[in-house]
Design a protein around this ligand. Structure first.
Ligand code: GSH
Length: 202
């Protein structure tokens, strides 16, 4: 199994999940262009979108971090240690947050990043996106006030998926002291698999 990994990208989610699963994998590294932040063209030789993460597994190239995570869990998590089975506590929360990682709570920040990168930081859309981003942060904070992890009482792949966005917020100094989100981040940062993920050099 081979993970095509771009620095400072969502493929951190998959490195973390692979480390949690304890699965052997080969890592192929790519670096963003420092000016454009785009991936090198060589990633497009693997998949037409040329975006990371990409996983080569069982003769397939899989794009989309959520699909890759689902594939890995189906293949290596029979015991449902990292993905609550249908009908068990946490399953519906798990589903919601696995998708939220690329959905409504993630998109405003992503598009704000696109505006900034395009030199359009003061575009009128920015105010709307900042409000939406604030709403997303509140939604995450409220959830983590009531639950230890995204899927409820137990750590799951949904934490690996959501971790990318929250790590970015932590690095930008956007997680308030005493917040449930910062507490979650500090707790998951102590996990041995997270330490190994950082060792890979995200
Ligand atoms: N929805 C995709 C998004 C993939 C994506 O946009 N990856 C970014 C990194 S976070 C990328 O490769 N950007 C480089 C580029 O677009 O050239 C996923 O969840 O994997």
């Amino acid at each position: 199994m081979k993970l095509h990994h771009l620095n400072a990208s969502r493929s951190q989610r998959i490195v973390w999940l692979l480390e949690e699963l304890g699965v052997e994998y080969a890592l192929v590294r790519y670096n963003r262009d420092p000016q454009t932040r785009l991936a090198p063209d060589s990633l497009r030789d693997i998949h037409p979108m040329g975006k990371a993460p990409l996983l080569e597994s069982d003769g397939h190239v899989i794009a989309e971090s959520g699909a890759i995570a689902q594939h890995l869990l189906e293949k290596f998590d029979d015991g449902h240690r990292l993905h609550p089975a249908p009908g068990t506590p946490g399953h519906t929360l798990y589903l919601e947050w696995m998708h939220a990682a690329e959905g409504a709570p993630f998109l405003p920040g992503l598009f704000l990043g696109y505006l900034a990168m395009s030199g359009l930081g003061d575009h009128g859309l920015g105010d709307y996106l900042r409000q939406e981003k604030e709403k997303a942060s509140r939604c995450i904070e409220d959830h983590l006030k009531d639950h230890a992890y995204f899927a409820g009482d137990a750590f799951s792949a949904a934490d690996c998926m959501m971790g990318f966005q929250i790590k970015l917020a932590a690095e930008a100094g956007n997680l308030a002291d005493g917040s449930a989100t910062l507490d979650w981040f500090n707790r998951v940062s102590e996990r041995p698999a997270y330490h190994r993920t950082l060792g890979v050099g995200v």
